[in-house]
Ligand binder design. Structure first.
Ligand SMILES: Cc1ncc(COP(=O)(O)O)c(C=O)c1O
Length: 405
């Protein structure tokens, strides 16, 4: 049995090698450090990897989600359906545009947005009037669905896309956790709907901060590109190039969401290393699964047939009725054993901003309310050694043993 750790195991660590450091150094020495040739190359390589027509590099996934909804024409009269078990970024972008986000409960096994609940919500709360599904109370027009691939397990995209087609809704895919996830060999990002990826520091591919918007639609890609740089008709790289022209036009009030070449250089190396980093996370997940199979007080994440899980998170569910402690005490015991762990996510319907704005009731989200108090996220990242993984499993076993009901 391994002894207690002598140092804290962080919940997440970026996997940065000398290759990324050298790539950044080269950009710093090059004389061009903001959006330019590295970003262009990163976009092309990313689009090829995903199997999608366009990739637009941005400074966050939040920016990608915001610009996607903007490009689809979401405004203050509109409503967007999404999962309650997600990060606030998924919903706040609807608020940026003055629209209303409407939260939906999740599926029991994956904790992903439930297609059944989506359909039920539309049928119960919206009527078809004047060419739109309008909410019976707010009169808001239902415009889009935003699936979230919780932890990296793909959503049931076939059903969600079919519902969207049936009700004439757009889909913007929040794939912040879903690189490199796929369904039947087709990558998330190539599902036929605009998709947003995150390269935040804890993600499966990181550029420190960063994101990517993917689409096959030429006009959506053009709009996102335009609005990502002040609504200016041509980027600075083109203007300042040797054969560039000083002239540009502001055609809309855009945003400042571009990715720098410094970040893109990290991203290009990370993309080359992505499969190898994913293999390591998959091996860690497999080891957790094996070790916890003999611990009935915890429930390991289930993976559906035919999907590839990105393993951004490893959400373990506690069987609280078999333990004398609650989730907060469990996390505290992990912390005392030097294991960093977390909770993903406090459901958005419980967050004060959304509760006050929309008046959500816990009873509207029975599954999220049942699962959230049992959820903990264990560390899962490619830099973890076998010893690190073992210290996590040993700590979980130890806590379970001393806390059995
Ligand atoms: C589900 C989800 N969507 C969107 C985001 C936002 O990503 P970013 O930090 O790149 O804006 C996150 C960030 O963690 C997330 O977890």
């Amino acid at each position: 049995m391994p002894g207690p750790r002598d140092s804290h195991l962080p919940f997440a660590l970026p996997d940065i090698t000398d290759e990324e450091i050298q790539a950044v150094t080269a950009v710093l020495r090059s004389g061009w450090i903001t959006t330019g040739p590295e970003t262009k190359a990163f976009e092309q390589e990313f689009a090829r990897y995903i199997g999608v027509g366009h990739a637009v590099a941005l400074n966050s996934c939040t920016a990608a989600l915001h610009l996607a909804l903007e490009a689809l024409g979401v405004t203050e009269s509109d409503e967007v359906l999404t999962s309650t078990i997600t990060f606030t970024a998924t919903a706040e972008v609807v608020e940026y545009l003055g629209g209303r986000s409407r939260f939906i409960d999740v599926e029991r096994d994956t904790l992903n947005l439930s297609p059944d609940r989506v359909r039920e919500t539309i049928e119960r709360q919206y009527d078809w009037r004047d060419g739109f599904w309008r909410h019976r109370e707010t009169e808001g027009r239902l415009r889009a669905i935003v699936p979230v691939h919780y932890g990296g397990h793909p959503c049931d995209m076939e059903t969600l896309l079919a519902i969207a087609a049936e009700y004439e809704l757009k889909v913007v895919d929040d794939a912040a956790h879903a690189l490199p996830a796929s369904i039947g060999g087709r990558r998330i990002g190539a599902m036929g709907c605009p998709t947003a990826f995150s390269f935040y520091a804890t993600k499966t591919l990181t550029t420190g901060e960063g994101g990517m918007f993917c689409t096959d639609d030429d006009s959506l890609a053009d709009r996102v590109r335009l609005m990502s740089l002040h609504g200016i008709s041509r980027g600075a790289w083109k203007r300042y190039a040797a054969d560039g022209s000083w002239f540009y036009e502001v055609v809309d009030a855009g945003y400042k969401y571009n990715l720098t070449d410094i970040a893109a250089a990290i991203g290009r190396v990370q993309l080359r290393r992505l499969e190898q980093m994913w293999e390591r996370r998959r091996a860690i997940a497999a080891r957790y699964d094996r070790e916890f199979a003999s611990v009935p007080e915890v429930e390991v994440p289930s993976v559906r047939e035919g999907v590839r899980h990105a393993w951004h998170l490893y959400p373990l569910r506690l069987r609280l009725e078999q333990l004398q402690i609650d989730r907060a005490q469990f996390l505290e015991k992990l912390r005392k054993r030097q294991i960093g762990a977390s909770v993903h996510f406090i459901p958005l319907h419980r967050q004060p901003f959304y509760t006050q704005r929309y008046g959500y009731q816990a009873t509207d989200f029975p599954l999220s309310e049942q699962e959230y108090p049992r959820l903990i996220s264990l560390p899962i990242y490619s830099r973890m050694s076998e010893g690190d993984v073992e210290s996590v499993t040993a700590a979980v076993r130890d806590i379970v043993q001393e806390s059995r009901a």
